[in-house]
Design a binder for this molecule. Structure first.
Ligand code: P1T
Length: 392
């Protein structure tokens, strides 16, 4: 596939030539665990032996996501966490990892409660101050883990500064690009070594699949990760890979609409009397708005805000939403509302959440692609109903 094709073309065609034996235009779901061998010790086409190792539907997804991120190699996994865990195989006991202080709760849980048992220590630092990295680096620091913008506080890390730091010290840099997708942000172009996604979110886009992917242009990292993908075995089934592949075809148009809706709702929330503060990188008041404009092509569909009145107000508001569904996850066509402290980030200790600003009044919205006015009206009616309910 010509890498100079535009994003939308690559999303629809990369890795997805018509199928060789029938001409099927849509990549088939190769629902098979194994392949007839051409002779003893001769895998089919020198490649297909067993589906944990290779599957053509998964292979198409891997090629497509690599093209979209502008990398040379992609790999797909059974979930975002499986992709994250696979990357831990680049480390060994005694290694030290630097990680942004605001990350998805499951990522925090993996690093603290699982990896520490294997002798890998993680230190959480505020990546909005890239200069702080030098102070936290140790001789055994081997990986820098970045979410930008972060989940749930939408803080940014300077990709160029982080990649420069990592390169100077021979540290592997990883960006979890779940929130922005390659449509809005392509970290490899800034010198980042690996991009990882929960493809459960925008890449799949329809809240119907759990999946993870990673992309790199380093042959060394790819070989390590490909080996561990097969050795550890957290691969997606062909149907799941196919669902993500189908989702990717419309990623560009969905991201445009997610963003359009989110910009309007963020502006509305910023003016609302029931709202204490809004976190959205597209707002000029966001402390890193300039950096967002520099390294992102758009600001995405995720908004967090603090409602006045703490937990009681948050509960009243969230339980009165009609169109926004009270649910974990994000990135689907439908709008969702999440309470990080009780839901997605509950595995972060309360004291730590308080330090970070994940307060009981914090609400995270995944803005879907429904009619914008309907979404705005839903928020407004929930604010009004909650205020009445609270003061009744
Ligand atoms: O759920 P899974 O596909 O395993 O992906 C984990 C993951 C990794 N990285 C980020 C930035 C994420 O947001 C997630 C999953 N997040 C949610 C389920 C959530 O509601 O935030």
């Amino acid at each position: 596939m010509n890498p100079r094709y535009g994003f939308e073309t690559l999303a629809i065609h990369a890795g997805q030539d018509p199928e060789a034996t029938t001409g099927a235009v849509t990549t088939p779901i190769f629902q098979t665990s194994t392949y007839a061998q051409e002779g003893l010790g001769k895998p089919f086409q020198g490649k297909y032996e067993y589906s944990r190792t290779e599957n053509p539907t998964r292979g198409a997804l891997e090629e497509c996501i690599a093209a979209l991120e502008g990398g040379s190699h992609g790999l797909a996994f059974s979930s975002g966490m499986a992709a994250t865990a696979n990357l831990m195989n680049l480390l060994k006991a005694g290694d030290h990892m630097l990680c942004g202080d605001d990350v998805y709760g499951g990522t925090y849980r993996l690093f603290v409660r699982v990896m520490e048992k294997f002798g890998i220590q993680t230190e959480f630092v505020d990546l909005s101050d890239a200069a702080a990295l030098e102070r936290h680096r140790r001789p055994n620091t081997r990986m820098l883990w970045i979410e930008t913008p972060t989940n749930p506080l939408l803080k940014l890390a300077d990709l160029e500064a982080c990649a420069g730091f990592a390169k100077r010290h021979n540290i592997i840099s990883v960006v979890d690009n779940t929130f922005m997708t390659p449509y809005f942000q392509r970290p490899l172009e800034y010198g980042i070594d690996v991009v990882v996604h929960s493809a459960t979110k925008y890449l799949g886009g329809h809240s119907d699949v759990v999946n993870g992917v990673l992309v790199t242009s380093s042959k060394e990292i790819y070989d390590n990760q490909k080996f561990h993908q097969n050795a550890v075995g957290a691969v997606p089934g062909p149907l799941d890979a196919w669902l993500v592949l189908r989702g990717l075809k419309t990623l560009a148009v969905r991201m445009q609409r997610h963003e359009e809706n989110a910009r309007a709702l963020a502006a509305m929330l910023a003016e609302h009397e029931a709202v204490e503060s809004v976190y959205y990188p597209g707002l000029p008041a966001h402390p890193q708005h300039a950096l967002a404009k520099k390294q992102m092509r758009g600001f995405g569909g995720m908004i967090s805000f603090v409602i006045r009145g703490g937990l009681e107000a948050a509960r009243a508001f969230m339980e009165r939403l009609r169109l926004f569904t009270l649910a974990e996850s994000l990135g689907g066509v439908e709008s969702l509302a999440d309470h990080p402290a009780i839901m997605t980030h509950a595995s972060i200790p309360a004291a730590r959440r308080a330090e970070l600003g994940i307060s009981d009044g914090l609400i995270r919205l995944s803005v879907g692609i429904e009619t914008q006015d309907d979404l705005a009206n839903d928020l407004e009616q929930a604010f009004e109903a909650a205020a009445k309910g609270l003061h009744a």
